[in-house]
Write a protein that binds this ligand. Sequence first.
Ligand SMILES: Nc1ncnc2c1ncn2[C@@H]1O[C@H](COP(=O)(O)OP(=O)(O)OP(=O)(O)O)[C@@H](O)[C@H]1O
Length: 186
Amino acid sequence: MFNNIIILLSGKRKSGKDYIAEKLLNTIGKDKCTIIRISEPIKSHYAKVNNLDLVELMSANKYKEEHRKQMIIWSDQMRNQDSSYFCRAACSEIAPKPIWIVSDIRRKTDIAWFKTTYGDQIRAVRMFATEQARVSRGFAFTVGVDDVSSECDLDDFTEWDLCISNNNKEECDDAIKKILSLANIS
Ligand SMILES: Nc1ncnc2c1ncn2[C@@H]1O[C@H](COP(=O)(O)OP(=O)(O)OP(=O)(O)O)[C@@H](O)[C@H]1O
């Protein structure tokens, strides 16, 4: 596979993982870069099993939030059988581009699988935003979502290559520069 650097983005809900991933994609260029979402195979398999509309499920709307808890429970059951099932599925048909951005790393097993599979190509990035900023972006603490392993498993992980803040435009611009530098892109 022709990929040189794989940027893993992790952070709490509404810390801006997708936002930063899209900015990186637009900066690096779609010819050289692609975004991978582990949630894609989770959602497509979950939609199939439950006869749901995948387009609605992929969008950041109420429909997605309504199904989030059930998807967490279902995907945990799948992971208990095979912890790297969704990581493998997400990477199985990716275009051969030099930079991959995985925009929704949530578990130690996700990082372990990427490191085992892609070794020193991996750059692990943790994003932070204040609760105030996250609330302003639509975050509301939800039992069964924010207090379970999909949201908390990486809270005590320390082996990040880079930690960044994304509370405002200045921090976001700075974060983009730091991630590009980490990935050896000037
Ligand atoms: N630096 C920023 N400036 C302005 N808006 C931002 C910034 N970062 C994120 N946002 C906005 O906040 C909202 C949440 O961001 P995003 O969807 O990227 O978060 P996320 O971490 O991917 O969340 P989730 O884990 O729920 O998928 C989006 O509407 C996004 O446009």
